[in-house]
Design a protein around this ligand. Structure first.
Ligand SMILES: C[S@@+](CC[C@H](N)C(=O)[O-])C[C@H]1O[C@@H](n2cnc3c(N)ncnc32)[C@H](O)[C@@H]1O
Length: 328
């Protein structure tokens, strides 16, 4: 009888992001028809958008990923001392899951729960991760957490122990300070008495920040423009990439990078049942990335109800990782 290999373990997957087509279309068309048009940054991430984001993290100009990785490498053990051991590790906006995987040894999670809106990409990443960590209990959650952070039971019930929420990459910077506070309050509730480990990009001169969002190779431009293809697929619009250009600039007063897509000439955008005229040079706002001051972010965490906050930074003070206890 031929030997048979045991079937490889597959990660469980909970699909909560059903792409309610009508609701998604309505949200997109509302944004496009507004006097100051906008599209939410979550739409940057279809499968190609996720791959383009991974390419961005390799760019010489994109300092956040490698700076944050340096902080984890230098202080991961100290962070683990400050965090619950054997927790359910919940990775918010997990992407390729590589950052969390690098912390498995230090944090020793009992379960890894990866949450992302980019469902196909997440499924693929988790399949690879399960092969590398066959014994680890891995759960994928396809979900849009911009409205609600209500996690499914598969993300670990409260009685199964604390959750450690992991939110790296300064994704919190996509929220305005008010929205960030609301999100952190929800994150604290979702911790079930555990803790939060979060990466935050810090305020620094525009000459350093702007190239990170407008690189010489044009990868961030491709990432931003790909959003138009995603919107065409979701809303049936007729965006043509050649009509639009990428724009990114630092607004020092608001301490944020703004990303926009700008028309190269006047045009009419059409979709089933509607249209909108765009003037030459008119913009669609696609992303904000707020840059925080250490003390202000620490105060924000406390305002959201977190306690015993600690942070670690790189030598240049460009980026910070905060650990914070959720308390009871
Ligand atoms: C800037 S990338 C960060 C990826 C990775 N965590 C890192 O730090 O390199 C943001 C990630 O969050 C996901 N994401 C963005 N908005 C989301 C939302 N509203 N709900 C769930 N996931 C979201 C994206 O698909 C993407 O994987």
């Amino acid at each position: 009888m031929a030997d048979t290999l045991p079937a490889p373990r597959l990660p469980r997957f909970v699909q909560l992001y059903h792409e309610d087509r009508a609701a998604v279309r309505e949200e997109l068309l509302r944004g496009l028809q507004a006097p100051r048009p906008s599209i939410a940054p979550k739409y940057l991430y279809d499968a190609l958008g996720s791959r383009l984001f991974d390419a961005i993290t390799e760019l010489p100009e994109y300092y956040p990923t490698r700076t944050e990785a340096g902080i984890f490498a230098a202080h991961g053990a100290a962070m683990a001392d400050h965090l619950p051991a054997g927790a359910t590790l919940v990775d918010l906006g997990a992407g390729n899951c590589e950052k969390a995987a690098r912390l498995f040894e230090a944090l020793r999670p009992r379960r890894y729960v990866a949450v992302d809106i980019s469902v196909d990409y997440l499924r693929h990443a988790l399949g690879c991760l399960q092969r590398q960590h066959p014994a680890l209990d891995i759960v994928g959650v396809g979900m849009d957490f911009s409205q609600s952070l209500a996690l499914p039971p598969e993300a670990g019930a409260a009685q199964e122990g604390p959750r450690l929420l992991f939110y790296p990459g300064s994704s919190i910077g996509n929220f305005s300070p008010e929205a960030a506070l609301a999100f952190l309050r929800q994150a604290r509730a979702a911790c079930a008495g555990g803790a939060l480990l979060i990466g935050v990009d810090l305020a620094k001169p525009a000459e350093i920040v702007e190239p990170a969002y407008d690189d010489a190779l044009g990868v961030t431009a491709a990432f931003n423009l790909n959003l138009l293809l995603h919107v065409n697929a979701l809303a049936g619009s007729d965006f043509r990439l050649a009509d639009w250009r990428h724009r990114a600039f630092f607004d020092a007063a608001a301490s944020r990078i703004e990303m926009h897509l700008e028309t190269r000439q006047a045009l009419t955008l059409r979709w089933p049942g509607g249209e909108r005229r765009f003037a030459a040079g008119e913009r669609i706002h696609t992303e904000n990335s707020y840059k925080w001051v250490l003390a202000d972010f620490d105060a924000l965490l406390r305002q959201a109800g977190f306690a015993a906050t600690r942070h670690w930074t790189d030598a240049r003070g460009w980026f910070a990782v905060f650990a914070a206890q959720a308390g009871d």
